[in-house]
Design a protein around this ligand. Structure first.
Ligand SMILES: Nc1ncnc2c1ncn2[C@@H]1O[C@H](COP(=O)(O)OP(=O)(O)OP(=O)(O)O)[C@@H](O)[C@H]1O
Length: 586
């Protein structure tokens, strides 16, 4: 998409000013399978509407279907699985176009804990609007004012185990992120959950004023609104067991209850009463009033000029890389621990294997090094999963972001893992007394770096695939374990059964192990005596390489294979994320 930045910014601004959206659902039903021939009905014949300039609250008891209805409206549930229609300004909703003009704030806040409130909004503006840093900062500052977040602009978001802003402030940041492109429709799942009544009131007041002054269509789900919040709602859709029991203004609800002969005591609010006495409300699907707002229908051209590709590829990669690097560097537990771990392991192993008399110990050291380096990569899994969660949220508008993300992620790890590899390789190499030639030391360091990159790409690939941390951890640990087993170190290639030999070639352990041995015992090292006895050399470097079946191998070909693995795993992670993203955007 080659729209100039200015047009994109104008576009984002125009949505709110010129466009109104009436959203209607007609006989919407949604079932989920519970067995081979059984299913559960979550939404049953839901007919309702949300109007521009108004605040519609979907209210109902827990498990009523509020969040499901909202995610259907947001296009987060595959339309093919839902029956009935959703109309946007009288036309069948086209999910991907609708996503571009709407913001969907889910119940859980998907934010980077290490970024500040202002940074979170600035990055969102840079990525979504393709604006310059200055423009994005201005947009973020305007949002900070609108959301009442100025006092905490420079505070970190925080999260489990990390100090940060309060729950209400975090909710407002999530709303701000979805407001950055000034969407005409805003869908919010429980924006007030877990908040005290003052914070909840503040958020709903803000939403009300956005709807009233900018003509936005605001739909939110809410559990049990208090009296003060009720006053702010223009319309409510009362839902129970997936069925709409009432929709329209609250005054109408009160009238219906009273007409049914019930008396609402003054200390109970009308919604609470209605939720307790749902049976007095006969199910109705007719609209109470006809719509009078003149609706502006999006032209096709305008719909297509979206912010999927607001930035050029290079700019997007750079913004994402900057955000990722900031996040990594500030995630001290992972970043600093990784550096310290590398340096301490390098020094520790160096002193343990120092000047080992039996040269065979060097072979053991190579194997242990690889075990340590490959298995420690799993530490990066939480950060990959966190990134993936936010990426999926951000990418619900197109797969363009996925490839930029994979590139930026790979770029950020290059220098970080380079530093870690030097911290590990330097002390260990010289303390142990491996080959004294500088080119051998450089080759050893290169292998360490590639091992780290390879393990990292492997974790990124499975981090993209698995549903959660527990699964990721066990899959990665299991596969790494099998790589050690099939490396050729514990069981020689000749002893591996034919039907398992593919694992030997897939093992991430095999190639660096071979590279280490060839670097140490190949070329000039062939005559090194590895094991001696009775005054004679029992095992030379050359003999060892022959034993391992490596006499024909070249150390640089292993480097090539390792680069190939890094590339393949990165491409696989790209494809997996792409498929996941396409599932969301279809
Ligand atoms: N993927 C799913 N698998 C099984 N049941 C589901 C699934 N999604 C939703 N449900 C069920 O559908 C019903 C409605 O869920 P939903 O989350 O929409 O309710 P809710 O009104 O938002 O509840 P709450 O206020 O507690 O968040 C619940 O009974 C829930 O258990």
């Amino acid at each position: 998409m080659d729209l100039p930045i200015k047009s994109m910014a104008e576009f984002a601004g125009n949505i709110g000013r010129n466009t109104c959206y009436l959203i209607e659902t007609k006989s919407l039903s949604y079932d989920i399978p519970t067995g081979k021939s059984t299913h559960k009905t979550i939404l049953d014949n839901v007919t309702c509407e949300a109007r521009p300039g108004e605040l519609l609250a979907i209210v109902g008891p827990s498990g009523a279907g509020k969040s499901t209805l909202l995610s259907v409206l947001a296009g987060a549930i595959h339309p093919k699985t839902v029956s009935g229609v959703i109309l946007v300004n009288g036309r069948a909703m086209e999910t991907s176009s609708f996503r571009r003009v709407s913001g969907y704030v889910t119940q859980d806040d998907a934010l980077f804990p290490m970024l500040t409130v202002e940074e979170s909004l600035v990055y969102s503006a840079r990525l979504r609007l393709g604006s310059t840093l200055r423009e994005a900062t201005l947009r973020a500052r305007a949002l900070l004012v609108q959301l009442g977040l100025q006092p905490v602009a420079r505070s970190r978001i925080g999260g489990p185990g990390t100090p940060g802003v309060s729950g209400g402030e975090r909710r407002r940041v999530s709303i701000g992120i979805e407001l950055v492109h000034n969407p005409a429709v805003l869908l919010l799942d429980e924006p007030t959950s877990g908040l005290d009544s003052a914070s909840a009131h503040l958020i709903v007041t803000m939403l009300k004023s956005m709807a009233a002054s900018n003509g936005k269509t605001v739909i939110l789900t809410i559990h049990q609104p208090g009296f003060r919040i009720l006053e702010l709602l223009d319309r409510v859709a009362l839902i129970a067991d997936g069925v709409i029991r009432h929709q329209g203004p609250l005054s109408l609800l009160q009238k219906r209850i009273e007409e049914a002969g019930s008396i609402i005591s003054p200390h109970i609010n009308v919604l609470e009463y209605a939720m307790d006495a749902m049976e007095v409300l006969t199910i109705e699907t007719q609209m109470q009033e006809s719509c009078r707002v003149p609706y502006y229908v999006l032209s096709e051209k305008r719909e297509k000029s979206n912010y999927c590709c607001a930035n050029s590829r290079i700019k997007e990669v750079l913004i994402l890389a900057e955000r990722f690097a900031k996040n990594m560097v500030r995630t001290r537990q992972i970043f600093v621990a990784r550096m310290i771990q590398s340096a301490v392991a390098g020094l520790g192993l160096g002193t343990i294997f120092m000047n080992a008399e039996n040269q065979q110990a060097k072979v053991g050291f190579f194997a242990f090094s690889l075990t340590f380096l490959l298995s420690s990569a799993v530490e990066g899994l939480p950060i990959f999963l966190q990134e993936r969660r936010i990426l999926m949220r951000e990418t619900s508008r197109g797969a363009y972001r996925v490839s930029s993300y994979v590139i930026s992620n790979s770029l950020v790890f290059l220098p970080i893992l380079f530093a870690a590899s030097i911290l590990y390789a330097t002390p260990v190499y010289w303390l142990i007394g491996l080959r004294r030639e500088i080119d051998n030391y450089l080759f050893f360091s290169l292998v360490i770096w590639l091992v780290m990159l390879m393990a990292n790409a492997f974790v990124a690939c499975f981090g993209a695939l698995v549903p959660n941390f527990i699964m990721g951890n066990s899959v990665i640990a299991g596969l790494m374990g099998s790589f050690f087993l099939f490396s050729g170190y514990f069981i020689s290639k000749q002893s591996i059964p034919r039907y398992w030999i593919f694992m030997y070639y897939l093992s991430l352990f095999k190639y660096p192990f071979e590279a280490f041995l060839l670097n140490e015992f190949g070329e000039k090292g062939k005559q090194q005596c590895i094991q001696s006895g009775k005054g004679a050399c029992l095992l030379t470097g050359e003999m060892l390489l022959r034993q391992q079946g490596m006499e024909e191998s070249h150390k640089w070909s292993n480097i090539g294979v390792m680069l190939g693995f890094i590339f393949v795993y990165r491409i696989l992670s790209l494809v997996i994320l792409w498929i996941k993203c396409l599932k969301l955007t279809r």
